[in-house]
Design a protein around this ligand. Structure first.
Ligand SMILES: NC(=O)c1ccc[n+]([C@@H]2O[C@H](COP(=O)([O-])OP(=O)(O)OC[C@H]3O[C@@H](n4cnc5c(N)ncnc54)[C@H](OP(=O)(O)O)[C@@H]3O)[C@@H](O)[C@H]2O)c1
Length: 301
């Protein structure tokens, strides 16, 4: 495995930059600079990871830096790469990566043209300012780029405590989509379920307290089982009458949620069919109830 280039510089001082640099510094890696859009966050992160340089100017990139982590919002990656490419840095001795899950390493073309190794490096995890550095432990980190940069990415992923997974550029957006669905839509579903609890007369915090143990146990089931095996509830039981009652309740109190319910219930029917718990006749009866509420569905698997 490649040796991790040193020292590193981090561009950005937000959630990802904080998690990555704190983890690397705690594992004995030297952070030479934090460069970001605003001085105060750059200084705060630089102080936390003992980086001697904190600046808003990319031109302050120290000449000895050999690994640049671009932890900026997706739309800022290309402009940052363009600005970097104009600096008189020894780019052929340097690897530049970005952490944007939906973008390939191609967005770093300006620095690649100057000879830098380029890499997309996506830790499949959710990070906020409060996320502990241990959040890297055991996670997949997807990598895509030129072979030497991928070798650097493998070393970096391992150093962080993650598991490197090399992917091809075409998979980049799809895997980001999968991650967004699993994480973001899960959160949205909790918000929608709390809305339904609130429509039933509970205050939102009581609705969340009602649902939290259920969600926790469902999550525990998913850790040990496939979604097909973890599924419970009226759709798995083929209970079309209960589904019809759900639809009536939504029509009456929260008609705006009907399309979401029908789409998710239709997909849940497919999961139940794959699990072997529903016959095609039971599944069709459920789909008929759902279709009456909103329109036709695709054929069953
Ligand atoms: N957070 C996650 O869970 C997560 C997970 C996987 C991948 N990612 C990826 O990681 C990247 C960073 O996300 P994040 O969540 O860390 O975002 P964030 O918390 O908003 O931090 C972005 C940082 O970049 C700085 N910045 C913005 N434009 C800049 C520019 N032109 N030059 C220099 N610095 C600039 C911001 O400065 P200001 O303070 O001035 O805004 C901020 O410090 C994104 O590509 C994201 O897709 C994030």
């Amino acid at each position: 495995m490649a040796v991790l280039p040193s020292p590193i510089a981090c561009i950005g001082a937000g959630a990802m930059a904080t998690a990555l640099t704190r983890r690397l510094q705690s594992r004995g890696h030297r952070v030479a600079a934090v460069l970001s859009r605003r001085q105060a966050p750059a200084e705060a992160l630089a102080a936390a990871v003992e980086a001697p340089v904190a600046s808003t100017a990319l031109a302050d990139l120290p000449a000895d830096v050999r690994l640049v982590l671009c932890c900026v919002p997706d739309q800022a990656v290309y402009p940052v790469a363009e600005t970097l490419s104009q600096l008189p840095h020894p780019w052929p001795a340097c690897t530049v990566l970005h952490t944007a899950g939906a973008l390939t390493s191609g967005v770093l073309a300006p620095v690649a043209e100057q000879g830098a190794g380029t890499l997309s490096f996506h830790p499949v995890q959710t990070f906020t300012a409060a996320t502990p550095p241990s959040a890297f432990e055991g996670i997949r980190i997807t990598l895509e780029g030129d072979p030497e940069a991928v070798a650097v990415g493998q070393a970096l992923a391992t150093k962080l405590g993650g598991i490197p997974l090399t992917i091809n550029p075409k998979a980049r957006t799809q895997l980001h989509l999968a991650a967004s669905m699993a994480s973001n839509f899960f959160v949205t579903l909790q918000a929608l379920a709390a809305d339904v609890g609130a429509a039933a007369g509970l205050d939102r915090s009581e609705a969340q307290a009602l649902l939290r143990p259920l969600v926790a146990h469902t999550w525990a089931n998913l850790r040990d089982h496939t979604p097909e095996d973890a599924l419970t509830g009226p759709i798995r039981r083929g209970d079309a009458e209960t589904v019809a009652r759900h639809l009536e309740a939504l029509q009456a109190d929260l008609p705006g949620l009907l399309p979401a319910y029908v789409v998710l219930a239709t997909e849940t029917v497919r999961v139940a069919v794959r699990s072997g718990s529903l016959s095609h006749a039971e599944a069709q009866a459920l789909l008929n109830v759902l279709q009456r509420a909103i329109g036709p569905a695709d054929p069953l698997p």
